[in-house]
Design a binder for this molecule. Structure first.
Ligand SMILES: Nc1ncnc2c1ncn2[C@@H]1O[C@H](COP(=O)(O)OP(=O)(O)O)[C@@H](O)[C@H]1O
Ligand SMILES: [Mg+2]
Length: 239
């Protein structure tokens, strides 16, 4: 498989406090990779830096062979790297449909309505609520909308940052099943998720992060239930 995302020796700081200390990770085309670790390990910070949403203190990011280390978030999205942020963020005053159309701006300047039908097929509850403001959706529905907004942008790599976010298990199962299907169709997935067993059940490969460093990398099925996993989540490593 060819490497799609290649992150090399990434450093990220908030002010003077460095919280990501030389992270390297890679995702191949169509691969489903989980990035795991305790709260505060630096997962979201890593993802935000990769997507260009926060500044990098050092390192290099390549996407499909292009150096995107210093590219703008907009150009990164256009290149096909789309991140669904933590905390089901959608535009509350806008309708479900307008939220989806915003997702299509990545590929088309004025929005592309022709992509809506496929999203409504995938997520029928969005079709029923297409004219409602997003603020009227439940937390789970907002999360589905946020994921749909990412998918409709037709990413080559979809980054999902804690899609479960305290929602009902049924919602996360559906989201992970959709992600799995996308990866079978060739869309790479990089998933951060606190529901570790679920993440490992869907992912091909995984990275384990602790205090700003990758401490383990391997096949998801080898990590499930392992001592490494147990100590990373329950051990003495402060976050
Ligand atoms: N905006 C911020 N300003 C300062 N520190 C932050 C900010 N966001 C996160 N941090 C700190 O950076 C570290 C990594 O956080 P984060 O990347 O959110 O971890 P994770 O996503 O793995 O839970 C934590 O110690 C957190 O407190
Ligand atoms: Mg996070």
């Amino acid at each position: 498989m060819s490497t799609l995302l290649d992150v090399e020796d990434l450093h990220v700081a908030y002010g003077k406090a460095e919280v990501v200390h030389g992270t390297s990770l890679a995702v191949a085309a169509g691969e489903f990779v989980a990035l795991l670790g305790r709260n505060g390990a630096g997962k979201s910070t890593t993802l935000h830096a990769v997507s260009g949403l926060i500044a990098k203190g050092g390192g290099r990011v390549r996407f499909d062979g292009q150096d995107i280390t210093n590219a703008s978030p907009r150009d990164i999205v256009r290149a096909g790297l789309v991140q669904v942020l933590e905390g089901h963020r959608v535009f509350h005053p806008l309708t479900v449909e307008d939220n989806l159309l915003i997702g299509t701006y990545a590929r088309s300047k004025h929005g592309d309505r022709s992509k809506l039908a496929a999203m409504y097929d995938l997520f029928p509850e969005m079709a029923e609520r297409r004219h409602q403001p997003a603020s009227r959706l439940s937390g789970g529905q907002q999360q589905i909308l946020a994921v749909a907004q990412g998918i409709i942008a037709e990413p080559r790599l979809l980054i999902l940052d804690e899609p479960s976010g305290g929602l009902a298990p049924l919602v996360i199962d559906r989201i992970l099943d959709v992600a799995r299907r996308l990866s079978r169709d060739g869309v790479a997935i990089l998933l951060v998720e606190q529901l570790v067993e679920k993440a490992l059940a869907h992912a091909d490969r995984c990275y384990l992060m602790a205090t700003g460093r990758i401490v383990h990398e391997g096949l998801a099925r080898d990590l499930a239930g392992s001592d490494i996993l147990h100590s990373a989540y329950l051990g003495g490593q402060a976050t």
